[in-house]
Design a protein around this ligand. Structure first.
Ligand SMILES: [Mn+2]
Length: 468
């Protein structure tokens, strides 16, 4: 992966912009369909800022990737153009049948794999057609940004949101960004739109007093401090840090001392690479007044993610689109999401000894003790906090209405060894009368509850027979 792929992606953005531009004259009514997660919300906000600027009549809806039925319903609505964001590539057949067949225009701005047919009313941008990896190199917010930047340089001030989406989709790695994300971040820093520094990467560093910032931390979850106000107070007191200060105001030296204090507190975890990199590293802050919302990009991503997860994507969208008034609501949503996650992680920490080990993966049966909708994220956070070893894929299983929900997490390192947890889960779930799928490092499935033991045995077989 190198310059040639980035240039191809750039050209795809130019072509998509050329398709979009004549349709921004105010006479084309546009329907935007985006995804209910941080990336989808950030991407929709970048697009909306562009559409507002040109006075384009438009409406937006947030949804999980739409089913065929939903797209057929959508096609009955009277719009001249449909823009699918953070979805659409995998649904192109239905889009073809129900929208393109009516000679309506479609633009697909996505980073998921799919199909890319030619059609006079269709344009798309997708890293997969450019030799880039859609799971790592760029997300849909970066793709939208690449298009609007072609239309007018003023939209460059939205670069921070493009990176927020990438962070939301976990496209920032310990070594930094890759592909189109890397290019985008470096340029935004050069242009003075983003400020890059080093420090404690805690959500809340620019939002809440330091004691509260530590207490509410779920990324990483700091055993002994997260959820424990008294312990956080005592640590901060020991270091002589005023309770009311923001982490972002402490200055590098004090922040470093606090980090050392945290490392001293967590014992053996201090030498855990996942934990260390999740706690301390590169920070990106928005350096332009054109964006409303938290200054720190990781905080911004957490805010949008919380709004999506608590079924209030429109609140996060309002903030990202520039609505100052929506900010208080969004922050309240972020804090209730953090409290939920603190509880889920506290429970998981108590259960660390209950994980079972097969020859190829680790798993925990959670029964009714955890909300299945939070289980996948709780697993990701526990891994990033160094609580669960990642020498093998990790699964959690929980009861849900009508069956068993399974969340699985793996690592890029295991994926490089050929382990594709998404494929393995899809195959094994189907074998026991369920369904599932996802990426090589994150996947989910649903199966009949009574076939759990069979599923575990079959998945072990699948994974030992060549990695799915
Ligand atoms: Mn995405």
């Amino acid at each position: 992966m190198g310059r040639a792929e980035i240039r191809r992606f750039q050209r795809a953005a130019e072509e998509a912009a050329a398709f979009l531009k004549p349709r921004l004259d105010g006479n084309v009514h546009i329907k935007v369909i985006s995804h209910t997660d941080a990336d989808g919300i950030a991407a929709a906000a970048i697009l909306a800022r562009c559409l507002y600027f040109y006075n384009v009549p438009f409406s937006i809806i947030f949804s999980r990737p739409m089913s065929s039925d939903q797209i057929s319903e959508l096609a009955k609505e009277d719009h001249d153009m449909f823009i699918f964001v953070d979805q659409g590539s995998a649904q192109i057949e239905t889009i073809h049948k129900s929208i393109l067949s009516k000679k309506r225009d479609v633009l697909v701005i996505d980073h998921h794999p799919g199909e890319f047919p030619e059609h006079p009313n269709l344009a798309y941008i997708n890293p997969h057609t450019c030799g880039l990896n859609g799971a790592k190199d760029v997300s849909s917010s970066g793709a939208v940004y690449s298009i609007v930047e072609q239309l007018d340089l003023r939209f460059r001030s939205l670069a921070g949101l493009a990176v927020v989406g990438a962070i939301g989709d976990r496209q920032e790695f310990f070594s930094g960004f890759t592909g189109a994300n890397d290019t985008l971040v470096k340029r935004a820093v050069d242009l003075g739109l983003l400020y890059q520094s080093e420090g404690l990467r805690l959500v809340g560093r620019t939002l809440s007093p330091v004691v509260e910032c530590l207490r509410s931390s779920t990324r990483p979850y700091i055993v002994g401090l997260s959820g424990n106000l008294a312990a956080c107070r005592s640590l901060v007191d020991t270091l002589g840090i005023p309770h009311s200060s923001l982490l972002s105001e402490l200055g590098f030296e004090v922040e470093r001392r606090l980090a050392d204090g945290i490392f001293a507190r967590v014992g053996p975890l201090a030498t855990n690479e996942e934990f260390a990199h999740t706690l301390w590293g590169t920070l990106y802050a928005i350096a332009t007044a054109d964006l409303v919302g938290p200054r720190d990009l990781r905080e911004y991503a957490a805010l949008l993610d919380a709004c999506g997860n608590l079924q209030k994507p429109e609140i996060g969208f309002a903030v990202a689109a520039g609505d100052q008034v929506a900010q208080a609501d969004a922050l309240a949503i972020l804090s209730s999401r953090q409290e939920q996650m603190l509880k889920a992680l506290a429970w998981l920490v108590k259960k660390l000894g209950s994980f079972k080990l097969t020859s190829t993966f680790r798993y925990l049966y959670c029964g009714d003790d955890i909300d299945p909708a939070m289980m996948g994220e709780a697993l990701s956070l526990a891994i990033e906090s160094g609580l669960i070893p990642t020498d093998q894929p990790v699964l959690a299983l929980a009861n849900m209405a009508g069956g068993l929900k399974i969340s699985a997490r793996s690592t890029p390192g295991l994926a490089m060894q050929g382990i594709d947890i998404g494929r393995a889960l899809a195959k094994t779930a189907a074998d026991v009368g369920g369904y599932g799928g996802g990426h090589d490092v994150a996947a989910a499935a649903r199966i009949p509850r009574e076939r759990m033991d069979e599923f575990i045995a079959k998945l072990d077989q699948t994974l030992s027979g060549g990695g799915g």
